[in-house]
Design a protein around this ligand. Structure first.
Ligand code: SAM
Length: 219
């Protein structure tokens, strides 16, 4: 099978399970119009994150890597009225476009964006109150550092999801040694040696290609 088949399969499933959504569609359009890269999670993945957050009854979410706020909107929509999402972004332009998209989705009251290098921003977030859910999706070479900080910030029983940990199976192929691949390998090694978490990788395939989420539970 090829990327075209995966995209067609995603579209088929989405035609049953997802409906057109003005705020999300506008967020993607606005992001593209401002030249942001098309590397947001897919619609099906966004909904998966939304359902996961609902399932665990999350009230506080931390997102590492905002881009245009597409995943932010999916995640924040699953929060209760008094819920809160903090999202971290390095690029000023991405942050500005995201704020506009988040406002258009009516979520500005729940979402706080912190501009700057995510590792620094994370280090400045106090350990209390804890987060229920953390989504890591920024520069992949930072994964291990983000994981370490996420562990400090997530509650016992809380969930950390890391995106793009399969990368067309390149992470498992020693021929690849680029920063992103090495960043995922460092994360795998850290999780393996860490008795305070349990984790699994779930491959994802669809209109965003062949990749995967790491699903980590804090003991
Ligand atoms: N989560 C977004 C979504 O699905 O809609 C996609 C995020 S995109 C894959 C990664 C983002 O991380 C980019 O906007 C990039 O500017 C940002 N980024 C890269 N390095 C960063 C860093 N050191 N600190 C914070 N954000 C960073």
């Amino acid at each position: 099978t090829s990327v075209d088949d995966w995209a067609r399969s995603d579209a088929y499933h989405n035609s049953f399970l997802l409906t057109a959504d003005a705020a999300l569609d506008a967020a993607l359009q606005h992001s593209t119009a401002h030249g942001l890269p098309e590397i947001a999670v897919s619609a099906a993945q966004g909904k998966f994150l939304n359902l996961l957050v609902s399932s665990i009854g999350a009230r506080r979410i931390l997102e590492v890597g905002t881009l245009g706020g597409y995943s932010t909107i999916w995640l924040a929509r699953a929060l209760p009225a008094d819920g809160e999402l903090i999202t971290l972004e390095l690029a000023e332009k991405h942050a500005r476009v995201a704020q506009e998209n988040i406002a258009r989705a009516g979520l500005s009251g729940k979402v706080k964006l912190i501009l700057g290098p995510a590792h620094e921003s994370m280090r400045q977030i106090p350990a209390e109150p804890k987060f229920d859910f953390i989504f890591i999706d920024a520069d992949k070479q930072g994964n291990k550092h983000y994981f370490t900080e996420a562990k400090r910030l997530v509650r016992s029983g809380g969930v950390i999801i890391v995106d793009n940990v399969v990368r067309y199976a390149r992470v498992a192929d020693p021929a690849y040694t680029d920063e992103a691949v090495e960043g995922v390998r460092a994360l795998l090694a850290a999780v393996k040696d860490d008795p305070e978490v349990d984790a699994t990788t779930i491959g994802t395939v669809g209109d965003k290609g062949y990749d995967g989420f790491m699903y980590i539970v804090r003991k």
